[in-house]
Design a binder for this molecule. Structure first.
Ligand SMILES: [Zn+2]
Length: 53
């Protein structure tokens, strides 16, 4: 089971294999693409979707 979340700033799909991995990937995405901007964990997980692949 993978988790995905669509970045509200650029629309890129960020994914992780667990909730922790997804939050980590979202943090890394913020560092790489948005000058270190990070969403709170609760916001990332609140917007997350589960996917089967
Ligand atoms: Zn983004």
């Amino acid at each position: 089971m993978a988790y995905t979340v669509k970045c509200p700033l650029c629309g890129e799909i960020v994914r992780g294999d667990s909730e922790d991995a997804l939050v980590g990937a979202a943090d890394a995405h913020g560092d790489a693409k948005h000058n270190g901007m990070k969403a709170p964990r609760a916001m990332v997980l609140g917007a997350a979707r589960q996917s089967d692949d």
